[in-house]
Design a protein around this ligand. Structure first.
Ligand SMILES: C[S@@+](CC[C@H](N)C(=O)[O-])C[C@H]1O[C@@H](n2cnc3c(N)ncnc32)[C@H](O)[C@@H]1O
Length: 375
């Protein structure tokens, strides 16, 4: 049975593993950067289709040490790449190299791997695949730390957080898989309204709607990498799609609520929600969070306030965090509130004791997801 690797951001491994278990995938193991799982190709299709938290699903194929370019070339030759695509297909190699004395240039590593792969095709068919960096039929992912190389086939194609609904960006938005992971950490199962008082492009609310409507994110996408590989099992894939669509709901018994002071951000949020097909379930309003009151009796608040590293000036933001704490205390009594904070100094200004703190990474920024129970 193949072993796959579902990648995600640091801090989301535990909720990704839970998600895999919910999909019926039981043989899992957490590792740096994601979760390994054992399964057949139908399981791989299911994870690509259903996962809200994974960023890619890889099929690891080779691990080896290489001390010079020829070692890299010769080790790549040990695996038969001609079984994945036709010789007239296209390939791309994505390489990342860390702490390696010999292999400092990742473009060189990618080129050496590409040479070994296309030479296999040329020797067998006298025809070699072309390179297409943007939209290849076969994407090979190489990671090297020191002299240890790991080579994998990417089964996802575009990263899985690219659901297809983001038509516009607001400054410092959270990626879709991070928003979904945070909602899962908050225990959200689609059972209640979600409020985001500083909603930007609306990511938390759109992901909350998809969860509540039982819409799996992959059903919004145009396609996946595995569909281009030889050996793609069309019937197994169609069965996965049918099963995923079967449980979708047509309506929700409640709404989600998004607020922001920036009218352009709200415009983007509305466009994104419309593209995701969930706009009728989200009420977006232009309002300052300082005077906000809960729009319904109970629910979940999730918020990603601006923080110094990417938006605004830290000194000016101290007041924003104090005001957010006041709004949570006065306007959201009885609510669970989750705040994604990229700055301990700013969250300290809230002067509230967090019930739990989850370490997370928002891109390169180390963050904490802080849980507050408001009484
Ligand atoms: C980090 S962004 C939120 C990004 C959002 N989570 C997304 O995925 O797009 C912070 C947002 O807070 C908004 N904001 C700043 N001060 C505000 C205030 N006093 N009241 C309401 N919104 C505010 C900004 O306009 C910005 O859109």
């Amino acid at each position: 049975m193949p072993r796959f690797f579902a990648m995600t951001s640091r801090g989301l491994g535990e909720v990704l593993e839970q998600e895999l278990h919910e999909m019926g995938i039981t043989k899992t193991e957490r590792a740096f950067g994601g979760v390994q799982f054992e399964g057949n190709w139908a399981d791989c299709y299911r994870v690509n289709l259903r996962s809200r938290i994974a960023t890619r699903v890889l099929l690891p194929i080779l691990d080896f040490p290489a001390y010079k370019p020829e070692d890299l070339y010769n080790n790549i030759l040990k695996h038969d790449f001609t079984k994945y695509i036709k010789p007239t297909g296209t390939i791309a190699v994505e390489a990342s190299v860390r702490e390696s004395g010999v292999f400092r240039d990742q473009r060189f590593v990618a080129m050496k791997i590409k040479d070994a792969v296309v030479d296999q095709f040329r020797d067998k068919y006298e025809v070699r695949p072309d390179v297409d960096a943007a939209n290849p039929d076969l994407r090979i992912v190489a990671r090297a730390v020191n002299n240890g190389f790991s080579i994998a086939i990417d089964t996802s194609g575009d990263a899985l957080f690219k659901r297809g609904y983001r038509v516009g960006f607001s400054e410092a938005h959270v990626k879709e898989h991070l928003a979904a992971g945070i909602l899962k950490m908050a225990g959200y199962t689609g059972d209640r309204p979600v409020v985001d008082p500083m909603c930007g492009s609306g990511t938390f609310l759109i992901e909350a709607c998809l969860i509540a409507l039982k819409v799996y994110p992959g059903t919004l996408r145009k396609g996946f990498g595995f569909q281009k590989l030889l050996g793609f099992q069309r019937e197994a894939w169609e069965a996965e799609v049918d099963a995923a669509l079967e449980g979708e709901l047509d309506e929700l018994p409640f709404k989600m609520y998004g607020y922001d002071v920036d009218k352009d951000a709200l415009k983007t949020a509305k466009m994104n929600a419309q593209k995701a097909g969930v706009d009728e379930w989200i009420e977006f309003s232009r309002a300052p969070m300082e005077t906000l009151k809960a729009p319904v009796e109970s629910g979940l608040m999730v918020v990603d306030p601006p923080y110094g590293e990417r938006m605004g000036d830290k000194d000016l933001l101290l007041d924003t965090y104090k005001d957010l704490a006041h709004t949570m205390k006065v306007g959201f009594n009885g609510w669970d509130c989750y705040v994604l904070s990229g700055s301990p100094e700013l969250s300290a200004a809230m002067k509230l004791k967090a019930e739990r703190k989850f370490p997370l990474y928002h891109g390169p920024i180390e963050c904490r997801l802080l849980k507050y129970k408001m009484f």
